[in-house]
Design a protein around this ligand. Sequence first.
Ligand code: ATP
Length: 144
Amino acid sequence: ADSTNDGGILVIGLGRFGGYLAESLTHLGHEVLAVDRNPELVQRWSDQLDRVVQADATEEDALRQLGASDFQSAVVAIGASVEASVLAVLALVELGGPQVWARATSTKHAKILASVGAHHVIFPEAETGERVAHLIVSKMLDFI
Ligand code: ATP
């Protein structure tokens, strides 16, 4: 196990959501290890993020080699593939250690993530939509 991971945050999936998340956590002063299976994305993010590696997060061995169990938190930011998202969450839960935050894209996806042991399930699109709706309505009230 690599002690430099202690207290750090593992971000899996560098799509738009995972990328902005990893960047924000870095700006907030946290140690982030970002993982994506796509080497082009790993290359693209390597300037903005301190540690970016290419790996398949559905492989428990790959996560073990990254010292995943030493992280304080892990975020599975994969959205499009429910299977990859569920398998990555399952692998992280089985390894034990980090608080697992998992991104859901539907209610059923959320149920599966919770049932395989995700500690926190988040819905970025739904949460942003709701927040922006409140913002618009509060701005409308300003003009009454
Ligand atoms: P966003 O809406 O955030 O742009 P998306 O839903 O369009 O995301 P996805 O295809 O779900 O994008 O995946 C986000 C990232 O997760 C991609 O860059 C993809 O390469 C990565 N990813 C998918 N499966 C795995 C995996 N098994 N291991 C590591 N990374 C993965």
